[in-house]
Design a protein around this ligand. Structure first.
Ligand code: SF4
Length: 374
């Protein structure tokens, strides 16, 4: 352990602090500085934001390893990721340092303040503030908010990036060979990682599966009314929709109604590709690959004839990029089309980032309930 010149003094001069800890790399230098100043931190591990569970366990185990090494107490708080998701609902498309992060900090630091109040601590602080990727102002706001909810609790607002702590942080990571995570924590903070597609698919799939049929129908109805009244639909003669799978927005109301006045087409799978066939009626559909109903009529030879295409996806991001199911059918079809592309999804499928490469074609529009009602 290195001796640091600056001596820390906690609010009220207390010698015991409840330290909300996000991970071992962020906590190393702070813990060392506290110990060098005669302050005993009790580690409070409360990070239900971390996804998936395997990642949560790895980060927690690293904190436990470090606590054991230093002989410090670690409190293992609840890990209720569903409650965390509920707390940040509607903010999936926020960037890091945005409104979702403030809520995330408040949830974690409120749990910390509650534990402090119930267990005789008067001062709390957090290792979150050692990361240059996070907003110091947001963390302080969340800490003060959490402390204000309980009597006699103070949030120790200290800039843990100063006084050589950032350099020492890097040294301690090396010395202890800490697992160094590649993303902040939640499933909405992994879109910048090229290899995160399977994890995003899994996370979004779980969220859609947790939706009630009523909620799915409500979101589909809002979407239908919006599209029905849009100029894009009104001005299009030939529209490609899709026959929905159970976890996709149900657009069959549009298929049936618009077919009365427009040429409506649906995809059919042939080999490795989508072909486009005209929809005539429900009786004209047969079960195709993956159990999806497909029209039996003639194939539209030239996909460029389609004016508008409504595209399902696993997830869409704020730039319009789409994450499919991983088979690449639409990735091969869309470059052959000149149509206006509208991605449709449930609210929980609209997120900040999905991994995108140069050849990926973004949607012209993405539509979901929260965007319509904004
Ligand atoms: S990006 Fe990080 S701080 Fe923001 S909500 Fe996700 S886990 Fe929380």
């Amino acid at each position: 352990m290195k001796k640091r010149e600056e001596k820390l003094v906690a609010p009220g001069g207390v010698e015991k602090v409840l330290l909300h800890t996000c991970c071992a790399p962020c906590s190393g230098a702070i813990i060392e500085a506290m110990l060098n100043s005669g302050i005993e931190p009790v580690i409070y591990y409360c990070n239900p934001n971390i996804y998936p569970l395997e990642e949560y366990e790895i980060r927690k185990n690293e904190c436990s390893r470090y606590a054991r090494k230093l002989g410090l107490k670690i409190v293992d708080a609840d890990n209720d990721h569903s409650a965390w998701l509920e707390c940040v609902k509607g903010l999936e498309a926020e960037p890091e340092r945005g409104a979702r992060c403030l809520k995330c900090f408040k949830l974690r630091l409120t749990a910390c303040a509650k534990y402090a109040a119930e267990n005789g601590f008067t001062v709390i602080t957090s290792t979150l503030d050692s990361s240059r990727w996070k907003s110091h102002e947001q963390i302080v706001e969340a800490g003060n908010y959490a402390a204000s909810l309980y009597e006699n609790i103070t949030y120790w607002d200290y800039n843990w990036r100063k006084g050589g702590l950032t350099a020492r942080r890097a040294e301690i990571i090396k010395e202890n060979d800490f697992y160094n995570q590649r993303y902040c924590g939640c499933e909405f903070s992994i879109g910048h990682l090229k290899d995160s597609k399977p994890l995003i698919r899994k996370a979004v799939k779980e969220r859609v599966a947790a939706m009630s049929e009523t909620d799915k129908q409500t979101e589909a109805d809002v979407l239908f009314s919006y599209l029905e009244n849009s100029e894009l639909v009104r001005n299009s003669k030939k529209i490609l929709l899709y026959h929905p799978m159970a976890d996709e927005i149900d657009v069959m109301k549009a298929v049936r109604k618009w077919a009365e006045t427009k040429e409506i087409y649906l995809p059919a799978i042939e080999g490795d590709d989508i072909v486009i066939r005209q929809y005539k009626s429900e009786q004209d559909l047969k079960i195709g690959k993956y159990g999806i109903l497909e029209p039996v009529g003639a194939v539209l030879d030239n996909p460029e004839e389609i004016d508008l295409v409504i595209v399902p996806g696993r997830a869409f991001d704020i730039r319009g990029y789409r994450l499919g199911r991983g088979k690449g059918y639409y990735d091969r079809l869309l470059p052959k089309m000149r149509a206006i592309k509208i991605g449709v999804c449930f609210d929980c499928q609209y997120i900040f980032r999905v991994p995108a490469e140069e050849h990926d074609i973004p949607m012209d529009y993405v539509v979901c309930r929260k965007l319509i009602e904004k």
